[in-house]
Design a protein around this ligand. Sequence first.
Ligand code: RIB
Length: 303
Amino acid sequence: MRSEIVVVGSLNADLVTRLERFPAPGETVTALDFAVHPGGKGANQAYAAARLGGRVAMLGCIGRDAYGERLAQSLRSAGVDVSPVHRDAEAPTGLALITLDASGENQIVVVAGANARLTPELVQAHEARIAAAAVVLLQLEVPLGVVLAAARIARDGGATVILDPAPAQPLPASLLKCVDFLTPNQSELQALTGRAVGGQAEHAARSLANGSRLRVIVKMGDAGALLVEADGQAFWPALRVEAVDATGAGDAFNAALAVALAEGRPLPEAGRLAVAAGALCVTRAGAQPSMPTRQEVETALVR
Ligand code: RIB
């Protein structure tokens, strides 16, 4: 049986400042503190999936610098196979400039760096592994051509494809045809559909799912998550937690979904695991440092 989860995506060093409140345009504010954490949507999903018990490989691109080595080391420490991670001699490792306010909300600016150097050819070099995966996890912090190449290989090989459309950008139909699960948050759903989401997430999601095999899972933060598919829908309510830092919560969600699906668990169970993993991630600071273990997720679900 297939069991590996292959992540094709970004690795970033997260430069995080914590503030009382976000500055207005043109305003200067003083930070409460500063920290550097391993991050990047792809790497976070790989790290989280391994912490949750998945067998995981990461395909991405880092620079030949100290941040790159630190990111690879973080993934190794969780048990991720980083042998497919390419070290680029021309570009520095990707960065994310993150500010957090007192409620744990974040604002993120990503500097792609080496992530932009990942190519369809580098993906092609790992064709057999991607095609044989149980689940392939994709996001949009690497070039769209890379995402499309990986999604096609995965679809043709029979792997389940989960695409996190973040940061949001228009998606070609040729990509959506290769995707099994699309997991936007509400603002990404709005950007993808051009529809004001508000209380209407279901309608917007349905406009993507209707007439296709695509399942849309809308990540609704502290409300939970909504699954919309051509012939039905479901809602998985959130767990109540004390929010410290929302960074990486969406990545924890996708990782848990992938691990559960790779284990052959039914979708409702996978959805509940995903919601719990996302909620627990919010209770701690940093992206990768806040990813929960399987034990923590199982315990939270029976509470
Ligand atoms: O999803 C959270 C991640 O987004 C951060 O770790 C940051 O690197 C950005 O990519």
